[in-house]
Ligand binder design. Structure first.
Ligand code: PLP
Length: 468
């Protein structure tokens, strides 16, 4: 028997959600059992669900609402852009003022705030995943033009997160995103996760750990043949993988290895770009010299979906020289260089600069980290509290001495995140290792940090009986 359901006013919003919405990265069974959580309003770092419950968002959505919620300047910029041009594409040389200004502004920021004056052009899209797919395709294009059709493999790291589309999802180094989707695709390789706290061996120094995992990478390159490896992709600080800071000298050693084998470096700055680490870009913070930088989230603080893929002179020159014989570069999206998105990005970056949010992050991030470290120091299940800027991770272990993880599937961090929600604070339970992440709007005040940390600590106490 088939049952047809037509939505009607007789259904609650929760019921309508369950009957109509296919949620991303969500257990269908959980939503059918527990219903959705419906958000109604937000301002600054605070949100209200549709029952009126007050919540502090210590995640800034998905690491993205950098200027905080409800900024009227951004809404005004979007409305003006919608009234003015509304939309036009950027195919075939078509352009618009806001998008031209945004491309120039991103290159200027990279040059002036990250020492990355070698970036030459910016390609726009609308998600972090598509930015990484664009990078993935462009390096193939580049090597085809150079007459190296065999130089196509891309190496990423276990624990890395680069999106969910077929190429970017394959670059993601977290198996939960691959299982049941026949991923990763051929030609994507995963090397060691640079997480010293978890994967460092007993008695091994951080520098020795770095040496070991870079030696693993070198061995992988030799095994595959350097002439087959096109690029290495890395987040300057791994986000979804667990807020993993690069171990001592890691990137300097990786960069030297890539240079030796003429392998391009793609820096995925989808989270770290535009201030989250307390510097404008993670590449500047960690001294990377990427051939391609991908960005999204913080460009617009997520008020409009915009992503960017910046390519270096080295890559651009090859594309430009081949252009007369190649014709159009047949890659682009309907929404590439959307004038409303670009206007929103410009208004957002105005706020970041006017309110000095990057410098504030460099001060308030360490403050929040210290608060969490102090308040969680005695907890037997918290092994490590780490971070840079307003990117902080709290890692759970079953045993602090041995750093032994909880059994797979137990999910202490998921339990604590559920209690946190009950206590009015949003934190994320990450999918790779047992970590709660904190990435509040960069506009958060110290009083709001204190209140959020208080609520989290209370939630952790609530969860303790279930952890023993
Ligand atoms: N790269 C990184 C580092 C990310 O954190 C994300 C999303 O969280 C992505 C790429 C994918 O971005 P999107 O979800 O916009 O496709």
């Amino acid at each position: 028997m088939t049952v047809s359901v037509s939505p009607s006013a007789n259904f609650s919003l929760e019921e309508l959600d369950k009957l109509s919405l296919f949620h991303p990265v969500t257990s269908i069974a959980d939503v059918q059992k527990n219903g959705p959580l419906i958000y109604a309003k937000a301002g600054g770092v605070r949100m209200r669900d549709h029952h009126g419950r007050d919540l502090i968002d210590l995640g800034a959505g998905l690491w993205c609402v950098n200027v905080g919620y409800g900024r009227p300047e951004i809404a005004d910029a979007a409305a003006a852009a919608m009234r003015n041009l509304s939309y036009y594409h950027t195919f075939g040389g078509a352009s618009n003022e806001a998008t031209i200004c945004l491309a120039d502004r991103i290159l200027s920021l990279l040059r002036e705030r990250a020492g990355a004056g070698h970036l030459a052009r910016v390609f726009f899209g609308s998600s972090g995943s598509d930015a990484n797919d664009s990078a993935y395709k462009l390096i193939r294009y580049y090597n085809n033009l150079l007459g190296r059709p065999q130089k196509k493999k891309v190496i990423s790291r276990l624990g890395g997160y680069h999106g969910v589309t077929y190429a970017s999802g394959s670059l993601t180094g977290i198996s939960a995103y691959h299982t049941a989707f026949d991923m990763p695709i051929e030609g994507v390789l995963h090397t060691a996760c640079p997480h010293y706290y978890r994967f460092g061996e007993d008695g091994e120094s951080e520098a020795a750990f770095s040496d070991r995992i870079v030696a693993d990478l070198a061995a992988m390159i030799e095994r595959e043949g350097p002439e087959t490896i096109a690029a290495f992709i890395a987040e300057p600080v791994m986000g979804t993988g667990g807020v993993l800071l690069p171990p001592a000298d890691y990137f300097a050693k990786v960069q030297a290895l890539l240079d030796k084998h003429d392998i391009l470096l793609i820096a995925d700055e989808v989270i770290t770009g535009f201030g989250r680490t307390g510097q404008w870009f993670g590449s500047g913070a960690y001294g990377l010299k990427p051939d391609i930088i991908t960005m999204a989230k913080g460009i617009t603080s997520a008020y409009f979906p915009v992503s960017a893929t910046a390519v270096s002179q080295r890559v651009w020159r090859v594309l430009e020289e081949a252009s007369p014989r190649m014709g159009a570069v047949m890659h682009g999206f309907t929404y590439s260089g959307h004038p409303v998105g670009s206007a929103v990005a410009m208004a957002n970056l105005d706020i970041v600069e006017r309110d000095d949010l990057v410098a504030k992050t460099a001060e308030n991030g360490p403050y929040m980290l210290r608060q969490l470290q102090a308040r969680l120091a005695e907890n037997p299940y918290i092994g490590d509290v780490r971070g840079v800027g307003l990117m902080i991770g709290v890692e759970f272990v079953a045993d602090r001495g041995s750093r032994r993880a909880f059994s797979a599937g137990l999910g202490p961090h998921r339990l604590v995140a559920r209690h946190a929600l009950e206590r009015g604070v949003l934190t994320r339970a990450l999918p790779f290792i047992d970590v709660n992440s904190f990435s509040p709007p960069l506009s958060i005040t110290r009083a709001e940090i204190d209140e959020g940390v208080d609520r989290y600590v209370t939630a952790l106490a609530d969860a303790m009986p279930a952890l023993h």
